[in-house]
Design a protein around this ligand. Structure first.
Ligand code: UT7
Length: 326
């Protein structure tokens, strides 16, 4: 049996920065409110010519280069996204073609903000059982395309961004040690896009109603997010026979700085071990954890042998955690 780990990471953020002051001009909000209630100061917004797949290709090329792997050597591409280029084909197919990874299996995965951890877990299974050697997992979101810039409860939170990681066999003690994933569809209407699917196909009526935009019951989700991310973090540690005190780094999904703080307190961790980039990236859904991972890898914040815990929560609702030795 192979142990799967990260061989290389890469990310791609659009150049355009949307500050809290920019949003003050669009909706009734303030820099003070957004900073205090979310920790966000700015987020990125894709240019009209950029798509989920074009940014994914950029991030993936960087990850492949870091890993020292050629695109043609990939056995599987998993693109975690809830903001695909189009309903079909999959964004993963477009990325595969752009990378020149002809013929390998490629599919999209929809688990919202937990999607990268769902993708990592699938990659780990494929590598561990020998079905695949090299797997590219991408977390890619252009949520600005689904945001109503008249809805202050969503447009201040979400941002655009993409990051990717190449997974492959690694030598112990490095590698993925434990994972745990959950879904509870009972909360489906807490974070959703009503129109554009089979339930409410796109029409001039749905556009008129703004039903193609993200709708969120943020306050209710907040409580479920804190509880689930704490629980699932403890579950993976227990599976691996490790303790919170053993962790070198905790990368939570960057949903809201107050959610991160609440989980940190509940886990009893010091701030130095909890990574946060929400102030300058915002909530990028499934791209959130891999962007953090890439920042930590490039800056040297992550060192070989470090024990890193990642946990996420998102629409569905979905939640999960992965424990990995770097
Ligand atoms: O990514 C994973 C899934 N998503 C999440 O986990 C999101 C979790 N939720 C959140 O991050 C927070 O709930 C939000 C940031 C979305 C909202 O913060 P909150 O502290 O839960 O605010 P709230 O919805 O309880 O609203 C408090 C007040 C309300 O005014 P009243 O009724 O007290 O007068 C809102 O109308 O804040 C008002 N408000 C705003 N005011 C200024 C809501 N959004 C804004 C805004 N600017 N952008």
């Amino acid at each position: 049996m192979c142990v799967a780990g990260v061989l290389g990471t890469g990310s791609a953020l659009p150049d355009k920065v949307i500050t809290n002051q920019d949003l003050e001009k669009l909706v009734e909000t303030s820099d003070q409110w957004i900073t205090d209630r979310t920790g966000i100061k700015e987020r990125r917004q894709a240019a009209p010519h950029e798509t989920t797949s074009t940014l994914s290709i950029l991030a993936s090329r960087k990850a492949l280069e870091k890993a020292g792997i050629q695109a043609k050597d990939l056995d599987l591409i998993i693109c975690s996204t809830i903001s695909p280029d189009m309903p079909l084909p999959s964004t993963a197919a477009l990325v595969q073609s752009g990378l020149g990874a002809s013929g390998c299996c490629a599919f999209d995965l929809a688990a919202a903000c937990s999607g990268f951890l769902f993708g990592m877990t699938v990659a780990e299974q494929f590598i561990r059982n020998g079905t695949a050697k090299y797997v590219l997992v991408i977390g890619a979101e252009l949520l600005s395309r689904y945001l109503d810039y008249k809805d202050r409860t969503t447009c201040v939170i979400f941002g655009d961004g993409v990051a990717a990681a190449v997974f492959g066999p690694v030598a112990p003690p490095s590698g993925i040690l434990a994972h745990e994933l959950h879904t509870e569809g009972h909360y489906a209407d807490h974070l959703f896009i009503p129109a554009g699917g089979t339930a409410l196909p796109a029409s001039s009526y749905t556009v008129e109603q703004g039903a193609h935009y993200i709708k969120m019951r943020g306050n209710e989700l907040f409580k479920v997010a804190v509880r689930s991310m704490e629980d699932v973090s403890r579950q993976v540690l227990e599976k691996a026979g490790l303790q919170v005190a053993d962790l070198d780094l905790f990368i939570p999904h960057q949903a809201n700085q107050r959610i991160t703080e609440a989980i940190r307190e509940r886990l009893g961790m010091c701030s130095e071990k909890v990574y946060s980039n929400i102030s300058h990236v915002g909530n990028t859904s499934s791209a959130s954890i891999p962007i953090c991972l890439d920042e930590c890898a490039q800056s040297g914040r992550l060192k070989r042998g470090d024990l890193v815990l990642m946990s996420a929560f998102g629409a569905g609702v979905t939640w999960g955690a992965v424990l990995m030795r770097w």
